[in-house]
Design a binder for this molecule. Structure first.
Ligand code: COA
Length: 360
């Protein structure tokens, strides 16, 4: 039996934050990632493929974003399909089955349906019932929020094993025409998943060290999908379609400026809360919205560029899937090794932003 944690688990830096739940013998209860998986649809869409459909060019896209290609699903594939493939791989890597899970948390901005949450569809596809299933709708910060939610439940003893997935099918929702070109070139489809398990560890042992979550709703309409929605006379109507409100809209400049500022702040907050410096972090897994954003954060914080793991050139922005996809890729390519200190940070629609610091 795990000892019960505190009734609430305040964040590092806030009064009363416990470094973990002590068991009286110098060990802590932490959530630890025990399995990682990912899924990328096989269809590669290059910048030239897009330039054949809309008024854009490989040169413009590479220069402004660093993106060279992205993956798009075939028409019959859904977000929960990608989530299932990533989750199955993560469960296998963790050496557990879906029936061992106490909780499934799925972060997405591209749900299979308006309701119920896509976590429920994933649960059914995993062939299990009974455990909690929860959607997180925090866009590009979705995976960080989802890990933080799982971390609270695991450290307090509410559950022992949680599956956290980020999955997106963007391609079906983009305006792939010249009026929508600012957003159409930025996004890709994919999924990443981790299994998180509560366990005892020494203070310098592995696990999630902290998470920090933030939002500023005054930026909500700087990156949003206006319709469908209950804000209108009808949830969906011919008028809304005619006004093209079913396509995402973005104030690219505002997103860019806030992303650089907030991601840098999130990193500083994460390391400070753990008594570390940015130099102590071995690998940064930043959200991948635009290579220039990550280069600006790297420069602003004086990070060693080789410690920042970027995937945007091949996968583009896969929103909530980005960080677990990057984590899996870093593991697969030998960039992520036991004992490393890893910092994940993200910024996205909402505005939302946050960080997680962990020891692998
Ligand atoms: N291909 C060619 N031209 C494009 C284009 C595309 N895909 N998208 C936009 N343009 C055009 C615009 O129509 C505009 O033309 P105009 O000057 O004739 O009106 C021009 O390019 C915009 O240029 P500029 O303002 O210099 O672009 P930028 O340097 O701000 O870059 C973004 C635009 C979108 C790449 C940049 O603002 C950005 O990355 N913002 C953050 C986006 C993001 O990360 N979103 C997801 C966050 S989670």
């Amino acid at each position: 039996m795990l000892p019960l944690g505190p009734a609430s688990a305040p964040q590092p830096g806030h009064p009363g934050y416990p470094p973990g739940v002590a068991d009286g013998e110098g060990f802590l209860i932490r959530a630890r990632i025990t399995g990682v998986g990912s899924c990328l649809p096989p269809r590669v869409v290059t910048n030239d493929d897009l330039a054949a459909l809309i008024d854009t060019s490989d040169e413009w896209i590479v220069q402004r974003t660093g993106i060279r290609e992205r993956r798009w699903v075939e028409p019959e594939v859904t977000t929960s399909d990608l989530a299932l493939a990533a989750a199955s791989e993560a469960l296998e890597a963790a050496g557990i089955g879906a029936s061992d899970l106490d909780m499934i948390i799925l972060a997405t901005l591209s749900p299979d349906h308006e309701f119920p949450g896509t976590a429920c569809f994933l649960q059914a596809k995993l062939g299990v019932a009974g455990c909690a299933a929860l959607d997180v709708r925090q866009q590009c910060t979705g995976f960080i929020y989802a890990v933080s939610v799982a971390d609270q439940f695991l450290r307090t003893g509410f559950c022992r094993r949680a599956l956290v997935v980020g999955a997106e099918v963007h391609s079906k929702g983009l305006d792939v025409s010249t009026p929508g070109r600012d957003l159409a070139v930025l996004f890709g489809d994919g999924a990443g998943a981790v299994v998180l398990e509560a366990g005892e560890t020494a203070a310098d042992g592995p696990g999630i060290l902290s998470t920090h979550l933030h939002a500023d709703g005054s930026g909500a309409t700087d990156l949003w999908l206006p319709a469908p929605g209950m804000a209108y006379e009808r949830f969906m109507s011919a008028d809304l379609l005619e006004r093209r409100l079913q396509f995402p809209q973005m104030n690219g400049r505002a997103v860019y400026v806030n992303a650089v500022k907030r991601m840098a702040e999130a990193v500083v907050e994460a390391v400070a809360a753990n008594g570390m410096k940015v130099e102590d972090v071995d690998l940064f897994l930043f959200h991948q919205a635009n290579l220039r954003i990550n280069e600006a954060v790297t420069e602003r914080l004086g990070l060693l560029p080789e410690r920042v793991f970027n995937t945007i050139d091949r996968f583009a922005n896969t929103t909530a899937a980005t960080i677990p996809l990057g984590m899996h890729e870093a593991l697969r390519t030998g960039r992520l090794e036991k004992g490393m200190v890893v910092c994940g940070a993200a910024f996205g629609s909402g505005f939302t932003w946050g960080s997680m610091l962990l020891r692998w």
